[in-house]
Design a protein around this ligand. Structure first.
Ligand SMILES: C[S@@+](CC[C@H](N)C(=O)[O-])C[C@H]1O[C@@H](n2cnc3c(N)ncnc32)[C@H](O)[C@@H]1O
Length: 290
């Protein structure tokens, strides 16, 4: 980790008391701790999106909500194309850029900006990847309008939304809302399929998954690993303890919440030259014998 990145994160932590850290929302704590923050399904999801979308060599790719860089760096490592990660958190962007540099990945750039008003020209990208970010924005419709605005004429929007499969108790929903710091609607898969649908766009892939519950031991050991980092070594013990406490609280809460949830890898293709109204619908075959 370079000294400028350590200084950026350290300055952000210096400005906060331990009590203030205990009141931060999830994205801010991720930014301060440099938590890897992967999409649902981790690297497997990124690889699946690339298999399905098959972006053309050299054509620009965008990730919205790139956070500490995991997905954008992963995309750039597989592609011979320029990748841009956009996030509105400058501390996350500093960690992301530092991580890419240390990994020797030079075809990724991290840009500071709002996903609801992106600083890019129309039709710039062949692939726009948005994982668990749209639900963090106040105006879903406006954000998705922006994703399509910057997609090229034959572009693909890859969305990996988390949604509810069964309704959570209200107490859990409101605790998650407090944790993420934005209003949390109880949305199902159809909500996101409708939100991402647009004139002239076809849904070309939809792969649903569910989450497996994790033990408290696994969560605590993950928190320990994540918080053992150079930029936290010089911090007062009470602030590091507050960051650990907050992360453990989020992970326990999210683990319970995700037991009501699923996620899907959905690909929407703009300007499909052969729209596909299928009469005889199909599904994966179950075993049979004659
Ligand atoms: C929970 S993280 C998840 C992102 C992650 N890349 C993933 O794969 O799921 C949400 C990220 O979205 C960013 N974010 C939230 N609202 C945003 C907005 N309006 N514009 C840009 N980034 C935003 C936050 O700063 C945070 O880094």
């Amino acid at each position: 980790m370079d000294t400028a990145t350590i200084a950026t994160a350290a300055e952000a932590i210096d400005r906060l008391s331990a009590a203030e850290i205990r009141a931060l929302d999830f994205s801010r704590v991720v930014g301060l701790t440099n938590e890897p923050n992967m999409p649902s399904g981790g690297g497997e999801t990124v690889r699946r999106v690339l298999q399905l979308a098959r972006p053309r060599p050299g054509r620009p790719v965008l990730e919205v909500g790139s956070n500490t860089g995991y997905t954008s760096i992963e995309l750039a490592s597989w592609l011979d194309a320029p990748v841009t990660g956009l996030d509105y958190n400058p501390v996350s962007n500093a960690f992301a850029a530092d991580k890419a540099q240390r990994a020797g990945i030079d075809n990724v750039t991290f840009v500071l900006g709002d996903g609801q008003r992106m600083p890019f020209e129309d039709k710039t990208f062949d692939l726009v990847f948005c994982s668990n970010v749209t639900s963090f924005m106040t105006d879903h419709e406006k954000a998705i309008g922006e994703y399509y605005r910057v997609l090229s004429a034959r572009g693909v929007l890859a969305a990996v939304p988390i949604y509810y499969r069964t309704a959570p108790p209200e107490s859990l929903r409101s605790a998650v809302e407090e944790a993420i710091g934005v209003p949390l609607k109880v949305t199902d898969k159809d909500y996101w399929a409708d939100m991402f649908s647009s004139e002239g766009v076809s849904l070309v892939a939809d792969e649903p998954y569910e989450y497996i519950r994790q033990s408290s031991e696994r969560i605590n050991s993950y928190v320990e690993t994540v918080t053992r980092q150079p930029h936290l070594e010089s911090q007062p013990a009470e602030k590091v303890a507050a960051l650990r406490e907050r992360l453990a609280h989020f992970y326990e809460l999210f683990d319970e919440n995700l037991s009501y949830c699923g996620y899907s890898i959905m690909l929407f293709r703009v300007g499909h030259p052969n729209p596909e109204p299928v009469l005889h619908a199909t599904r994966p075959a179950r075993p049979t014998s004659l």
